[in-house]
Design a protein around this ligand. Structure first.
Ligand code: NAP
Length: 357
């Protein structure tokens, strides 16, 4: 009962206070909750009919800023550039109040005018041209963080790093980061930057949630080992951990996981339903949303610098934002760790019996 009143009281009192963490070993400070933008801008491809309309999106931007969120994450590929244009329009007069992060490297579907070798990947041409285009769409002369969206084994790592370093030196980009990198590639990038005197990736953006913990095998340890911050994407496993799905029932019509049936099939297993039951029990007891508990668990991980909220509505944003007011007890953390623990496999199990890998 006492906790109930504490939470209610804090809800009113600390609305504008989101903690801030350094992004890896850099001087860049980011709010521990960031705003993802993949749910904004009309899409004709994988997010078709799954995004907020532009008015709702603008309200969510204002709402997030009002609540102390500073990190906003976007990408050139979201909604074929419409997301960056919408954000760029909203940013007028507010540019200095946000830490603006974008990405390049994935193709901009459904087709690109640039041709098959220039429309994607991490070559010098694609990185430089994509950055110029993002700056134009975003109405700004610099990005605070420019992230390589997915590793590109076809391009030498020093070419990618040198192109990024040139952008940093020209002032178009303040810091660089990566996303969807394997542990070995992330380590290679870090060591190459150090040996060559180039700007290092200060962060890795990775999928991580109580339902998808694979990043803990290699990516998170590599990031910690190389002093990179982790920015988390899909913290609710594309909505699964929001609590709106029921075992043996179809995903609610109109939801992302109803449209992305293969993603839902991957979520639909005994471990994830048991995890969901534990989240629900803690959420009920704490009088907060399931989303808040799932995100609060991520915020207990020391590797995490920021968790990106993915919201289609103000209500979804608020449910996730409640995580900033949750302090999980040690026993709740241990229960969530245990119930969601995947099969790590070799050599992780072998090492794990003897020490932390
Ligand atoms: N680097 C990368 O490769 C990468 C990849 C993906 C995302 N990202 C970034 O990460 C951000 C967040 O990712 P995400 O959108 O996948 O996050 P997520 O939190 O895992 O999923 C968000 C989706 O879950 C559902 N949802 C969220 N809150 C809910 C609630 N309270 N009740 C019911 N349903 C709820 C909504 O979908 P429905 O309402 O449609 O069900 C929403 O669009 C993105 O915006 C983007 O910036 C990066």
């Amino acid at each position: 009962m006492r906790r109930f009143f504490t939470i209610k009281f804090q809800r009113v009192r600390i609305m504008r206070e989101v903690a801030v963490r350094s992004l890896g070993r850099s001087g860049l400070k980011v709010s521990t909750l960031g705003l993802g933008t993949m749910t904004f801008g009309a899409s004709s491809t994988y997010m078709k009919d799954l995004t907020a309309d532009d008015d709702e999106a603008r309200m969510i931007f204002d709402h997030a800023l009002d609540r102390g969120i500073t990190l906003i994450d976007t990408a050139n590929s979201y909604s074929q550039g419409a997301t960056e244009r919408l954000l760029g329009d909203w940013l007028k007069g507010k540019r200095d109040t946000v830490v603006l992060a974008s990405k390049c490297g994935l193709p901009i579907p459904p087709d690109s005018q640039a041709g098959p070798y220039r429309d994607r990947g991490l070559s010098r041409s694609h990185i430089v041209e994509s950055c110029e285009a993002s700056l134009r769409r975003l109405n700004t002369d610099h990005l605070d963080l420019y992230q390589m969206h997915m590793q590109d084994a076809a391009v030498p790592i020093d070419e990618t790093l040198r192109a990024c370093d040139d952008l940093v030196r020209s002032g178009k980009v303040r810091y660089i980061g990566c996303s969807n990198y394997t542990g070995y590639r992330l380590t290679e990038a870090s060591l190459t930057a150090r040996q060559s005197g180039l700007s290092p990736f200060i962060s890795v953006q990775a999928q991580w949630s109580l339902a998808v913990r694979d990043a803990e095998r290699e990516v998170v340890p590599a990031a910690m080992n190389q002093d990179m911050g982790v920015i988390v994407w899909s913290p609710l496993a594309r909505g699964f951990l929001s609590g709106k799905f029921q075992r043996d029932q179809n995903a609610p019509a109109g939801s992302r996981l109803a449209a992305w049936s293969s993603s839902y099939a991957r979520m639909d297993n005994d471990r994830n339903w048991a995890t969901m039951a534990t989240i629900s029990e803690i959420a009920d007891r704490s009088d907060v949303s399931c989303a808040a508990i799932a995100i609060a668990w991520l915020l207990t991980r020391s590797a995490v610098s920021s968790v990106l909220i993915g919201a289609r509505s103000i209500a979804q944003f608020d449910a996730a934002f409640e995580s900033s007011q949750v302090e999980l007890s040690q026993s709740d953390i241990e229960a969530l760790d245990a119930v969601s623990c995947p099969e790590w496999g070799y050599p992780y199990d072998f090492i794990g019996e003897r020490q932390q890998w």
